[in-house]
Design a protein around this ligand. Sequence first.
Ligand SMILES: *Cc1c(COP(=O)(O)O)cnc(C)c1O
Length: 360
Amino acid sequence: MSRVYNFSAGPAVLPEEVLKEAQAELLDYNGTGMSVMEMSHRSKAFDEIIQSAEADLRELLNISDDYEVLFLSGSATHQFAQVPMNLMKNRVADYIITGQWSKKAYQEALIYGKANKIASSEDKTFSYIPDCSDLPVSPDADYVYICENNTIYGTKFKKLPNTKGKILVADVSSCFLSEPMDVEKYGVIFGGVQKNVGPAGMSIAIVRKDLITDDVLEGTPTIMKYKTQADAKSLYNTPNCWDIYICGKVFKWLKKMGGLEVMKKHNEDKAKILYDYLDSSKMFKGTVVKEDRSLMNVPFVIGDKDLEAKFIKEAESNGLKSLKGHRTVGGMRASIYNAMPVEGVKALVEFMKKFEEENA
Ligand SMILES: *Cc1c(COP(=O)(O)O)cnc(C)c1O
């Protein structure tokens, strides 16, 4: 067996320790004589899995009883619809457009009502976060929406927008659990888990309890009501049991690592190695303004397509995988999520240095 350094934006690297544990338990979970994949979601064993996953997540993020934690089948993209269905009571919502994912969420919201773009960084290919200290928030907006970490463009909100009292909704797919966050500042936090937490096929939504009601948009399917899943403790339908199980293991791994303050420090140290090199290199350049740089997704370019293709190909054959940038940006992107060890980032920078010397 040989493991590579996987810089994919998602599905992405998981902690090796978690994979090994899952492997050891694959045929016989905890003396049950069956795999979690084969187990009833109403069984005692699975009940313990989902309960402890929720408890560990609550502990990691310091989530109070004012919030519901929902494990929802599907993806972050499902939430682009589920958020307006549940929250857009006045049929008005304000969107801050900082990349392709917030744009998609905005376009989805247009199906349900009046979605307003109140800020955007599209003028400079989403290479920065707009100033959100005094935005023209709509007086009747049901919520203000952000994508907190922009997976494709490599920017992150370092300061939350001033929503002027409106509910803040955030897509945290690619920064979830990479650092502590103040849950109380949000109405809804959601993310697809395949970036930083687990296998694809599920999202986690943390929703303030007073926002979970039967007063949803007309025509909202039962399964898309937050209330349906909150009342059923995320078991209204057969959930993605395997995914919840792996996410639970990742939560335990994060706790063992020391929690989110420690992860933040790890992530800052890792990102610094790469950004420092990008700032000193004559060949490679980061594409994002310094103050808005993401700790998780680092896009960079050479500015010569042939050389970039050569770089990606040679990196692949050196065990540095999935460094190709998103098709809309080009160049390269290194996603360095929680589970990417510092050795992986060091190996990447060493390889970049060597490539720069050889191709100068
Ligand atoms: C990947 C990603 C999505 C889409 O996730 P799916 O689970 O494929 O729907 C949405 N938002 C962000 C920020 C992402 O990184």
